[in-house]
Write a protein that binds this ligand. Structure first.
Ligand code: FAD
Length: 310
């Protein structure tokens, strides 16, 4: 069995595996796709001490770093079930979709999350060419330009407020007849001169010139009319979905499906830890995921050295 089994190979999982392996304990990492969301990222400008890098390049470095420590890397493996130990200090089991099963004294869950997409024509074609999901990451790329934010929940309104300070103009598009964000955020939004809010609007298409986004179309749901907005960027903020479908009925999850962790990254099950976008820890970013993954590994080690000798 493993001492530490990490499930998920994004920044959180890679950091957890390195921290665990550096303690000289048997460490494994099972990942559906090593690299996670970073593989889908073009330009990264907030990885501290590296002014600019690209997703696939960062993933290659992560992979090399993990490989230096004799971690058992099981890539292209999807976990389908967690069976917690029946007693404290016992072995947890992680079943894989392939039919195999892995046992470990501690487990670190770092299966990340995925952005909910609009699923309209042009969205996929112009991803990273104007369509983006992350204001913290890509906001500065649209300095002085016109953008739309899709979604009027807290994350959409926060993004619009954030972007209004950077870009020339923000159009916030909400499907419902009202914004759903907290009242304080809505008041702040309403005070900004360069934001326009459009409600009862369904985005129908991302428009582009073949290279870059040039606008979007939306349907006014009250009057059934189609409208176009000219702009350079579209921030889709209609939800971040944690990859925890395989964990329902085991660890405690919030209503939104995030794994509840304490300040040490421990879940509701002793010996099972979690880190990164899959947890309740706010602000989903690479450096944060790496920090939280490292913390979960140190907490797992701390847990192990307190167990009765084998
Ligand atoms: P993820 O990166 O989501 O990794 C999850 C891992 O778990 C993957 O290996 C996945 O294959 C695996 N997995 C999922 N389910 C299972 C399962 N059942 N069994 C086994 N493995 C599983 N952040 C920044 O800081 N700067 C940026 O510039 C930036 N740009 C971004 C651009 C894009 C397009 C996107 C999508 C995100 C961006 N982010 C950026 C956010 C950043 O990528 C995430 O915060 C970070 O990757 C989270 O790391 P993680 O390890 O928690 O999860």
């Amino acid at each position: 069995p493993f001492d530490v089994l990490v499930v998920g190979g994004g920044p959180a999982g890679a950091a957890a595996a390195i921290y665990a392996a550096r303690k000289g304990i048997r460490t494994g990492i099972a990942a559906e796709r090593f690299g996670g969301q970073v593989l889908d990222t073009m330009s990264i400008e907030n990885f501290i001490s590296v002014a600019h890098t690209e997703g696939p390049k960062l993933v290659a470095h992560m992979e090399q770093h993990v490989a230096e420590y004799g971690v058992d890397v099981m890539n292209l493996q999807t976990a389908s079930k967690l069976i917690p130990a029946t007693q404290v200090g016992g072995l947890h089991e992680v079943q894989l979709a392939s039919g195999a099963s892995l046992k470990a004294r501690t487990v670190i869950l770092s299966t990340g999350a995925r952005w909910r997409q609009m699923n309209v024509p042009g969205e996929e074609a112009y991803r990273n060419k104007g369509v983006t999901y992350c204001p913290h990451c890509d906001g500065p790329l649209f300095k002085g330009k016109r953008v739309a934010v899709i979604g009027g929940g807290n994350s959409g309104v926060e993004a619009a407020i954030d972007l209004a300070g950077l870009v020339a103009h923000v159009t916030l598009i909400e499907f419902d007849s009202d914004l759903r964000a907290d009242a304080v955020l809505q008041r702040k939004l309403a005070s900004l001169p360069n934001v326009k809010v459009v409600t009862s609007a369904m985005t129908t298409e991302v428009l582009g010139d073949g290279k870059q986004v040039t606008g979007l179309s939306y349907k006014d749901r009250n009057h059934d009319t189609l409208h176009q907005v000219e702009l350079e960027g579209i921030f889709v903020q209609i939800g971040l979905v944690p990859n925890t479908e395989w964990l329902t009925d085991t660890v405690a999850l919030t209503m939104r499906g995030e794994i509840e962790v304490d300040h040490r990254g421990e879940t509701s099950i002793p010996g099972v830890f979690a880190g990164g976008d899959v947890t309740t820890v706010p602000f989903k970013q690479i450096v944060i995921a790496m920090g939280e993954g490292s913390k979960a590994a140190l907490a797992a080690f701390d847990y192990m050295i307190r167990l009765a000798p084998e």
